[in-house]
Design a protein around this ligand. Structure first.
Ligand code: FRU
Length: 482
């Protein structure tokens, strides 16, 4: 199956975009997703469904939500209604409730502007079967075309549900006692922004090394990301249950690669775990519908843990691969600390296996250090750090099939995470994707690629030589997941 990832989630067949309704309940992580079961391009949206006990090994389940007379089922979230505030639970057990956008294609085609509104559905059997609420929608459209992607959280201090909603070029915040009756609280945006915002998320995080709590507002922005195309940004600030106030006017970026969109986080992770776990769709609206896969289209990123750190007066997110991914590890080859003085010094044959590559280089000054992943067809992908601008970059201009869309080929750039003497890179290589976690998760890039034969060589290189590798390892990853 050409280009099918081995340890990233993909639909069994046909089209997938955003992760939806991420929730943990009774030992299972749920992943719902935007799904078009009848074709490998976008169309009438359903919620596909899978569950996992570790976010690494997934079991496909039947479609959870089908389009109905109110419309397609667009993106949204899920909660456990622990106190049965909705009254939709049964036999003293809390219901799982999905909050999503109904998108009415007919009324959009008819030229109206009230074709997106918010609805709910509930499940009393661990997400296996779903009933749509009888009086949907629960939040009507106030006359705004783009009014979608509800993320709902329980706000403990005010004892209310809070919904954050993407509304064209900003977010609106609502609150509710019962998930059914919603009241407008406030809105948040950047002055004069005209970009389309989608898939927001709002959650508190403790600032590393302190007891301080800040709130993070994630927003996906459909165009004009840091390397063009769609990308997920974030704001850090404070939230009192009604109003979000950002410390800074402009968003930061959660991932500088081209292929990590609609990042949202899991609800109801138990307090004793306490992590904030996120997942994104590993594609970009610029070319998502034309990537060269056939029977299926779309993959998710690796699940990541989000953390906050403070540098000077500024707060930034760190993204790290979740520890559960260690269950993929097979044998590790350690690399000695050494001067690399030529291109063939470390050139590793993968023998058809996939690898996690962990490297620490001495800062190359104005030079370049990094990894070239290649095959015998003259195709290669570079993941590097350096140059006068001191940036991380991924170059996929020669990584195989690039012709399917003009916006695909490119060199994608990210500023380094923070100031330090070493260059630290952790790289996860799958069949058709690379994820770079640099500077301890302070700089993250995700890119997809489509070589004509599998990449089977990993070369460590520099320019100019010699470069100093301080430590490194290559860990073979298990490829028998499903
Ligand atoms: C983001 C998005 C959402 C919408 C969904 C439709 O990728 O455009 O705003 O709900 O995809 O599939």
């Amino acid at each position: 199956m050409q280009h099918r990832p081995e340890y990233h989630f993909t639909p069994e067949s046909n089209w997938m975009n955003d992760p939806n309704g991420l929730i943990y309940f009774e030992g299972e992580y749920h992943l719902f997703y935007q799904y078009h079961p009848d074709s490998n391009v976008w169309g009438p949206m359903h919620w596909g469904h899978a569950v996992s006990r570790d976010m690494v090994h997934w079991e496909h389940l039947p479609i959870a939500l089908y389009p109905d007379s109110l419309g397609y089922i667009f993106s949204g979230s899920a909660v456990i209604d622990w106190k049965n505030t909705s009254g939709l639970g049964q036999k003293g057990k809390p219901p799982m409730i999905a909050i999503f956008t109904h998108h009415n294609e007919d009324s959009e085609q008819a030229g109206g502007n009230q074709y997106q509104y918010q609805s709910i559905a509930y499940s009393n059997d661990k997400g296996r079967t779903w009933t749509k609420y009888q009086d949907n929608p629960v939040l009507h459209n106030p006359g705004i075309k783009d009014f979608r992607d509800p993320k709902v959280i329980w706000h403990e201090e005010s004892g209310k549900w809070v919904m954050v909603l993407a509304v064209y070029d900003k977010v609106m915040i609502y609150h509710s006692p019962n998930l059914i009756n919603w009241t407008f609280s406030s809105e948040f945006g950047i002055e004069c922004d005209t970009r389309l915002w989608e898939c927001p998320d709002l959650f508190p995080l403790t600032v590393g090394g302190s007891a301080e709590i800040k709130w993070v507002l994630l927003v996906s922005i459909q165009k004009d990301g840091p390397n063009k195309g769609s990308a997920t940004g974030y704001f850090i600030g404070d939230f009192d249950g009604k109003t979000f106030r950002a410390d800074k006017e402009n968003q930061q970026w959660a991932d500088y690669g081209k292929d990590n969109y609609a990042i949202v986080t899991w609800s109801d992770i138990p307090a004793e775990d306490g992590r904030r776990l996120a997942l994104g769709w590993m594609s970009n609206w610029e070319y998502a519908e034309s990537v060269p896969t056939e029977s299926w289209r779309g993959a998710m990123t690796l699940p990541r843990e989000l953390k906050l750190y403070k540098e000077g007066n500024d707060y930034h997110l760190r993204s790290l691969p979740i520890r559960e991914l260690n269950s993929l590890n097979r044998n590790t080859t350690r690399l000695e600390s050494q001067h690399i003085d030529g291109p063939s010094r470390i050139d590793f044959d993968t023998n058809g296996h996939l690898y996690k590559i962990e490297l620490v280089f001495k800062d190359p000054g104005e030079g370049i250090v990094g990894v070239r992943i290649s095959n015998g067809h003259g195709e290669c992908l570079d993941v590097c750090y350096g140059g006068a601008d001191k940036v991380y970059y991924i170059d996929r201009t020669q990584a195989g099939d690039i012709k399917f869309n003009n916006a695909f080929a490119g060199v994608h750039i990210a500023p380094a995470g923070y100031k330090r003497a070493d260059v630290q890179m952790t790289i996860f290589l799958d069949v058709a994707s690379v994820e770079l976690f640099a500077d301890n998760g302070g700089c993250v890039m995700t890119d997809i690629f489509f070589p004509s034969a599998p990449f089977d060589r990993i070369g460590i290189f520099g320019d100019p030589y010699p470069v100093i590798l301080e430590s490194g390892s290559l860990t073979m990853l298990n490829n028998e997941l499903y």
